[in-house]
Design a protein around this ligand. Sequence first.
Ligand SMILES: [Zn+2]
Length: 496
Amino acid sequence: MEIILRNRKHRAFIVPLMLYSLHAFLFSMLITSIGESQMSSIPQHIKLVLENTEPLKWSRGNRLPLYLWPVMDVDTGDDAETESIIRQLDARGIGAISTWNPGRQEETLAKGMRVARIQKRLELPININANPCTYAFCNGNPRTAHISEDGVPFFDESFGKEHKMGCPFALDFRKPEMKKRVEDFVKAYKEANLEIDFIFADWEIDGPIEWNGAWDASKRCRRCRENIPEIDDFTAFQTALRRKRSELQREMLADIVKAYFPDALVGNYGVYPHDGYRYWYDYFERFVEGAPHKRDGNAKYRQWFDEFPMTGYTFAMPVVYTWDTIWNWYDFEKGDYRWFYNMLLVGSNAGENTPRQIPIITFVHWHTVETTGKDESIKQFSEEKYQELLWHLLLRGHDGFFVWCPREQTAVETRLVHQVYAESLQYREFLNAGEPITFDVPPQPGPVVSGLKLGDRLLLRRTDFDDTEVPVTLVVDGMKIEVLRVDGRCQVRKLW
Ligand SMILES: [Zn+2]
């Protein structure tokens, strides 16, 4: 089953849930389902996860757990039962995440802390979804609006009528409230001596974003023009907006979390170091004429601002999804390579540009994400090559995966990623300390090689998109190595 993100039915649901992201929306559906299934000892969607995964053959050690969107808020109200769920998930390397919702603060804090106490006792990481705390700076308050030359307040509605996108330079007064939302939770954990290990947000359609009609709106705003004298230059506009967007994230989330838990991994969906370009579009983003970009087939890869260092985040969170738009960007006859090529570009960009000490926890997704409606000409990425892609990400410096999916896709999405995750743990030593040897993405279907170097040993993966059997030659540390075709498994060999 596939979701249609842009159909009428979905939009009708989205409107009353204004200011929430797509992920949060799907998540809210999940919450309802948890409530309904509380009568049985284990919620149905958790059962699905357990049924589609096996306990680990190789231990997780100090590797990050696997994160799954459906595995949130596992508290059933009965501590013994909750502990049993957490233990079964942990046997599979899967981390349980608790959601903080300031709209239901008392309840979500109590539930989250019950889970955290169990995690602490079992010496497992404490994982938090802080997303509901982050919506929204642009809450529709007239004070957040742009202001026209004639002094008339207005909003940018090009992200959907339900999103009253305001003026980037009128949002500072919202900071104390937004900070307090996160701080109330963080403080309570600190006082209870519950150390947070991982905390993420999925802050998307809110605050300054340069896409869609934003540039046009800012040009019509007196305040924006005062703040960005060179507003007609897109790069100047993008820089100003991303600086403000980074500042809001740092003050609202990263600074607060780190003040209480300096070692916590804190990050946001889609925020990661890169080479100055973004090779994918989010479901709500449209290209803006005049924006600097580079062409590749029908794709326009947009110039992107180096926001990561300004956010204060301590881990990178790239997004490697099967967006439907990817299909028509390229004309490779081997359809699988259209997906693989783009997703490897996105992944390699993050892998190559993220400092080694910053973990990369990547949002991944397999079912075609329909952002433009149903298109029968699009061929689903194969399971086999998707799993190959995940291997290549691991061998290009990615440290962990976060599977996003709506509930009906839980079984397949979980199985595909978990198999790779579980298998990869036999190479823990390489994954922990190995150096990627290449970030090359072949422009045409053929052999693709990735590898990690650890001392004098190499962990290699070669995936082929044609019938060639010839070895691929790579130069590592000045030495030529030949990588033979081996389908479906890794190769370990000596470098010299
Ligand atoms: Zn403005």
